[in-house]
Design a protein around this ligand. Structure first.
Ligand SMILES: [Zn+2]
Ligand SMILES: [Zn+2]
Ligand SMILES: [Zn+2]
Ligand SMILES: [Zn+2]
Length: 396
């Protein structure tokens, strides 16, 4: 075992799941387990094509088109910057002459948007290899390898052309083999976190950028996670693209910390397909084992319970102070219906179409537990939670 990122987590080799992260002491609900800057960041091509997201910091342009202080790089006509600061710092980091040249070629290419997004990843990875070999080694150490498929072929051809163009203009740079590109693509698929924008009017969630974090890549998946990730990409100041992992509930010393790689309300079939196709394993977690034994009727029933309407907006101003006893009674009541009912009641965001996970705000002495959704950002107090359960009890 080795210490990872401060004193909260330790890397460990776990017999069933390979390497993972465990708690290095008892952890309180809501505690921040990890806050980490990205190793690599790249924009989603569809979002980037709107020219309303900063190439360097990924903030969104809040002003209507054509107004405000945003600028676009006159050379590649692709990278947009929110401020002079971002434009200046990017020229020696994220938007070097190599990246600028590569983006110019990408703009003229016939790659579809999905391939363009992955080409942006490879460009950022190549740039990292040139600028910061140490960080690039961290990327190479991440899990994931091969296969060489059609997609890898197309992207390898594109990247080789970019490198060839660049070699003509400047000093010789290393070429990358097809197999090397293919394995980098798998590392991206398995380790990248999407940084999303949530549109509250349409309930749509759109990924605007992807980021890879050296330490956060070690969290294993569980369909009943005990931690979840937050990001605050539109917050002012530095660190807006940091990943923040918070505990959903108290976690004992030595327990493994797991996150869910996708929304927690996905069905068994959806979860197993995603994990098999993109992460290369079959999930054997407690929830998957229980759900594998279910009949079709059970599945339909669970679907209803997860999506049960828990609208609290029509409630009166009834002053309801939640006691521990009341919470426990409510929990026992729900637990009867299906084994993980309480997990969803507590941690699945109640707002329609959101699918986010709720985690307590970081612990603060003397303050009631407030849950925060990691997708829509809405907060829920313990009193509101009890009211939701009460309504559920009456309606079922
Ligand atoms: Zn910016
Ligand atoms: Zn440029
Ligand atoms: Zn599972
Ligand atoms: Zn939400």
């Amino acid at each position: 075992m080795s210490e990872a990122s401060g004193s909260m987590l330790k890397q460990a080799t776990l017999s069933a799941r390979g390497r993972g992260l465990v708690a290095s002491h008892a952890i309180k609900a809501g505690e921040i387990l990890l806050q980490e800057p990205h190793l690599l960041l790249y924009l989603d091509a569809a979002f980037a094509s709107l020219n309303a997201v900063c190439f360097h910091c990924t903030r969104l342009d809040p002003s209507p088109k054509g107004t405000g202080s945003w600028t676009i790089c006159p050379v590649c006509q692709t990278a947009t910057f929110c401020s002079l600061d971002c434009a200046t710092s990017s020229s020696s980091s994220t938007h070097t002459s190599f990246v600028c040249k590569a983006l110019s070629l990408l703009r003229l290419s016939t790659l579809d948007l999905d391939l363009q997004t992955q080409a942006r990843y490879l460009i950022a990875a190549y740039n990292l290899a040139v600028l910061s070999p140490h960080d690039f080694q961290q990327l190479l150490a991440l899990e994931g390898d091969g296969p060489v498929d059609e997609k890898a072929n197309v992207l390898h051809t594109f990247l080789s052309e970019v490198i060839r163009h660049w070699q003509v203009e400047t000093q010789r740079l290393p070429s990358w083999s097809l197999h090397f590109v293919a394995s980098l693509l798998v590392k991206d698929q398995r380790n990248a976190f999407g940084l999303s924008t949530y549109f509250s009017d349409t309930h749509l969630r759109q990924v605007r950028a992807y980021a890879i974090y050296a330490q956060a890549s070690f969290f294993n998946h569980d369909c009943l996670p005990n931690a979840c990730r937050f990001d605050y990409i539109d917050r002012p100041g530095v660190g807006s693209t940091d990943i923040i992992i918070r505990a959903l509930h108290d976690i004992p010393d030595g327990a493994e910390i797991c996150i869910s790689y996708f929304p927690i309300n996905w069905s068994l079939t959806e979860r197993q397909k995603k994990l098999r196709d993109e992460y290369g394993f079959i999930c054997k977690c407690e929830r998957c084992q229980v759900e594998e034994g279910w009949s079709d009727e059970d599945i339909a029933e669970q679907g209803e319970e997860i999506s049960v309407e828990r609208d609290t907006s029509e409630e009166g101003d009834e002053d309801m102070e939640a006691t521990d006893e009341e919470v426990m009674d409510a929990e026992e009541d729900l637990q009867g219906s299906f084994p993980h009912a309480m997990f969803f009641a507590k941690y699945l965001c109640p707002h329609e179409g959101c699918g986010g996970t709720l985690a307590p705000l970081p612990p603060n002495q003397g303050r009631a537990v407030i849950m925060e959704c990691n997708v829509c950002g809405q907060l829920r107090s313990e009193e509101e939670f009890l009211r939701e359960i009460e309504e559920y009890r009456v309606s079922s």
